[in-house]
Design a protein around this ligand. Structure first.
Ligand SMILES: [Zn+2]
Length: 264
């Protein structure tokens, strides 16, 4: 299974139409499952071959976009965003509905993973803009507490645009889950100019996933992540992404995808 996370932000250049972005996910990322953040489904509907789960009105009146989990190639999605009742279930309270989408991923009748698509909205709890996910991400992680300890916690993947530099990642996440990019740093060279890196430069294997404006001095940022539970540790086949692996990413969005290939 190839799972990717990609931010489709259409409010900034290059402002590609949604069908073009979904096509890119299909043909270039070649993903089976994608967490799209700051995203929408095309107005014509979910493109042929895909199935998707999202909150249709987005995050709110001023934000008609949100997190979308999409799948294809025989992978089916079961929406568990609002929890599951009964034994083995979990409950959840959403502080920013539309930022977090949770689905079971089912292949041939078997649940192969539960995926949390997360967008670290750049706000504090009063709705003031703070320019990072420093408040949202820890707050969302706490809201998922029952999910971690439920039966779905065993095969959990948390992916999305966290709007956080590596150094700002909550300790809880790094201690309880595996950051697939950090864990496979040796596959890549150090990322020159890596903003907020959490390791010494020689050990950095981060990806440039966000282009912060068009200035040649724009900050080189790794803001998009995939975390996996221990169950998947031995099943990782490959991890790649950023503009290094998707050289045309900036022609599509101000974010580049991160991709995890798992043996499932
Ligand atoms: Zn780094």
């Amino acid at each position: 299974m190839k799972i990717a996370t990609w931010n489709l932000k259409q409010a900034v250049a290059p402002k590609k139409p949604l069908p073009v972005l979904w096509k890119y996910a299909e043909e270039k990322i070649e993903a089976d499952v994608v967490v799209f953040t700051e995203a929408k489904v095309p107005k014509e509907g979910v493109p042929a071959g895909w199935t998707a789960v999202w909150k249709p009105d987005g995050i709110g009146e001023r934000r008609r976009w949100g997190t979308v989990i999409a799948a294809r190639n025989g992978y089916e999605l079961v929406d568990v965003t609002n929890g599951v009742s009964g034994r083995g279930g979990f409950s959840i309270t959403h502080t920013w509905p539309g930022t977090v989408v949770i689905t079971d991923v089912v292949k041939d009748g078997e649940c192969v993973a539960t995926v949390v698509g997360l967008y670290g909205i750049t706000m504090d709890l009063k709705g003031n803009s703070i320019g990072s996910g420093l408040i949202a991400v820890p707050s969302i992680l706490v809201s998922l507490e029952e999910l971690y300890t439920s039966s779905r916690g065993v095969k959990l993947i948390i992916a999305g645009d966290f709007n956080l530099w590596p150094v700002d990642m909550p300790d809880f996440l790094c201690e309880s889950f595996i950051d697939v990019v950090g864990a496979t740093a040796e596959l890549r060279g150090p990322l020159a100019g890596c903003s907020g890196c959490d390791v010494v430069p020689e050990e950095c294997g981060h990806m440039w996933t966000h282009k912060n404006g068009n200035s040649p001095n724009a900050a080189v940022q790794n803001l998009d992540y995939i975390f996996i539970s221990g169950h998947f540790a031995e099943l990782v086949v490959d991890v790649y992404g950023g503009v290094g692996d998707f050289p045309d990413a900036w022609d599509m969005s101000d974010h580049a995808p991160v991709v995890l290939e798992l043996e499932t």
